[in-house]
Write a protein that binds this ligand. Structure first.
Ligand SMILES: Cc1cc2nc3c(=O)[nH]c(=O)nc-3n(C[C@H](O)[C@H](O)[C@H](O)COP(=O)(O)OP(=O)(O)OC[C@H]3O[C@@H](n4cnc5c(N)ncnc54)[C@H](O)[C@@H]3O)c2cc1C
Ligand SMILES: *[C@@H]1O[C@H](CO)[C@@H](O)[C@H](O)[C@H]1NC(C)=O
Ligand SMILES: *[C@@H]1O[C@H](CO)[C@@H](O)[C@H](O)[C@H]1NC(C)=O
Ligand SMILES: *[C@@H]1O[C@H](CO)[C@@H](O)[C@H](O)[C@H]1NC(C)=O
Length: 472
């Protein structure tokens, strides 16, 4: 059912550029030539194509790219983009592969995937602590390399103290749809620079990032408060206390916090970027009476990140590929859930047929620095968001059922504020969403469509939810 809806939806938004492509052989010849000296290319139909080259993260979404390429330089990336554009194929970059729904383009032709894993260059400018990082570097490796280059660090996702990862970018080398390689920053190709900070997948391929860095955080405290079982009222009440706590505009920017709801359990976790004494003075335990708390003090940054990584690997079926469905929604400080809405959420959770025991709702606090930046300063539009929900429902054995989908959809319906346009986190491509581009880019969508019309009018870079070019 999901599969079918997904394919229909994808076909529904299929662009004008590609329909029933008969250029398959030309594409193959061109890509093989582009990657003669080094790198590699695999084609749909090759042995082990799905497991070795495509490597889907969400098995519930069918993904059959026409080719997966592994270039070793920005010149090869440019040559690949040219092969694809000349033969009317869409292109999508791939780095970590967590945005699982990106390459599921309609029809039998699929897209050309540019897997950037070989782009691993790294250098540090010790005069201004700007680091230059190859576009295929995973976050764990970025962390290690910044550490080795002088004890530096940057945000992972969002961080109340230092802002989002994208707020660290000061420059980028980008391959555009016409296969030119340009540099983008505040002073060159400003439109490209603006668009890639939050919407890169529809505008080009970043082969190299230049980022500002911070001194590594020193001591940090990782805390965890758990309420096991608990009555519907007890859990709802703890949720209200947490929401009130993180909505306080005076909340210290040293605190990150997430509330996770799972079957029978509520967990409040996060990291405090400061000393144990400062942490104790906050008296977090006193804020969440009734929950069992633990706190671990980390003296070094790499130890803390290692611990985060372990935790992340435990999410979603132990880090292995699985079938799942996921949705997001958001609140600003002005429209956070009322006590009545929170009560109805917990009532619903305790009575609904969820179709599985493996589901979780992650409420993620996005306050602080990320909110300081004006909405139109970068393509990332959700600067006013205080709290994100990201929900998951997993099936380890086969396709996600309609009951699982209905459960998460109903949760979203119950709690999404209706006095604000629906906001979705752009880091999660959700092919079942009907107004994806609006939900991802909100008031920045019109400018994105104009830039798209200027630099990629044929929609070479396309995923199921990327902005369409404005007509000229
Ligand atoms: C379990 C899980 C937990 C998560 N937790 C968090 C979190 O705590 N905070 C948070 O902020 N996000 C979180 N995310 C979201 C995650 O950050 C986004 O999905 C992110 O886009 C993944 O990047 P990737 O490189 O792994 O994915 P990919 O699928 O490789 O890429 C993501 C998108 O960017 C495009 N792209 C990739 N590289 C480039 C490039 N160099 N140039 C241009 N376009 C490119 C791809 O085409 C694709 O559209 C989580 C996701 C999952 C699955
Ligand atoms: C706290 O931990 C104890 C011991 O593990 C357990 O018996 C109790 O149920 C827990 N309480 C809560 C609120 O989770
Ligand atoms: C909501 O509930 C919390 C915790 O029970 C309480 O402190 C607060 O006053 C309530 N808010 C309103 C508006 O009633
Ligand atoms: C490629 O596109 C960019 C952005 O539109 C433009 O500035 C550049 O001149 C183009 N290059 C070529 C060779 O057409």
């Amino acid at each position: 059912m999901v599969v079918l809806r997904n394919v229909l939806l994808t076909l529904g938004v299929a662009s004008t550029a590609i329909a029933g492509n008969s250029n398959g052989e030309k594409l193959k010849t061109c890509l093989k030539y582009a990657l003669t000296d080094s790198g590699r290319v695999a084609f749909a139909g090759d042995p082990l194509y799905q497991v070795a080259d495509v490597k889907r993260y969400n098995l519930n979404i069918p993904v059959t790219p026409a080719a997966v390429t592994f270039p070793t330089s920005s010149h090869q990336v440019a040559a690949i983009v040219k092969c694809a554009a000349d033969n009317r194929y869409h292109v999508q970059a791939k780095s970590g592969g967590h945005s699982y729904a990106n390459y599921c383009l309609g029809g039998t032709d699929g897209a050309v995937v540019v897997d950037l894993k070989n782009l691993q260059q790294f250098s540090m400018d010790n005069t201004n602590w700007h680091a230059t990082i190859g576009g295929g570097t995973l976050l764990g490796d970025v962390t290690q390399r910044l550490h080795d280059a002088g004890g530096r660090a940057m945000s992972h996702g969002t961080c109340p103290q230092f802002g989002a990862a994208l707020d660290h970018i000061v420059g980028a080398e980008v391959v555009l749809a016409n296969s030119s390689i340009v540099h983008a920053s505040e002073s060159e190709n400003q439109d490209v620079f603006w668009a890639i900070k939050g919407a890169a997948s529809g505008f080009g391929i970043v082969t190299e990032f230049t980022v500002r860095t911070e001194p590594e955080p020193g001591t940090a405290v990782k805390y965890e408060y758990t309420l096991k079982i608990g009555s519907t009222q007890e859990r709802a009440s703890l949720f209200k206390q947490w929401q009130a706590y993180i909505s306080d505009p005076q909340l210290t920017r040293k605190l990150a916090s997430t509330l996770t709801l799972l079957e029978d359990t509520l967990i409040i976790t996060g990291t405090f970027f400061g000393t144990e004494e400062e942490y104790e003075a906050l008296d977090i335990g006193g804020q969440f009476p009734g929950a069992n708390g633990t706190a671990i003090v980390f003296q070094d940054w790499l130890g803390l990140v290692g611990d985060w990584a372990e935790e992340a690997a435990l999410e979603l079926g132990g880090g292995v590929a699985s079938n799942f469905y996921s949705k997001s929604t958001a609140w600003t400080p002005k429209n956070i859930m009322s006590n009545e809405t929170i009560d109805s959420l917990f009532d619903y959770i305790d009575t609904a047929d969820k179709g599985t025991l493996i589901w979780f709702l992650l409420f993620d606090f996005q306050g602080g620095y990320t909110n300081d930046i004006p909405t139109d300063a970068t393509a990332y539009a959700h600067r006013d968001v205080l709290l994100w929900l990201q929900s998951y429902s997993i099936n380890l054995l086969g396709s996600v059922s309609q009951t699982q989908i209905d459960f998460l959809d109903q949760v979203n319906k119950l709690i999404t504020p209706d006095d604000h346009p629906y906001a979705a986190y752009p880091g999660y491509v959700d092919p079942l969403m009907s107004n994806g581009a609006e939900a991802y880019w909100g008031s920045n969508l019109a400018r994105l469509q104009r830039i798209k019309g200027d630099i990629d009018p044929d929609n070479v870079f396309r995923n199921p939810q990327s902005p369409m070019p404005a007509l000229r």
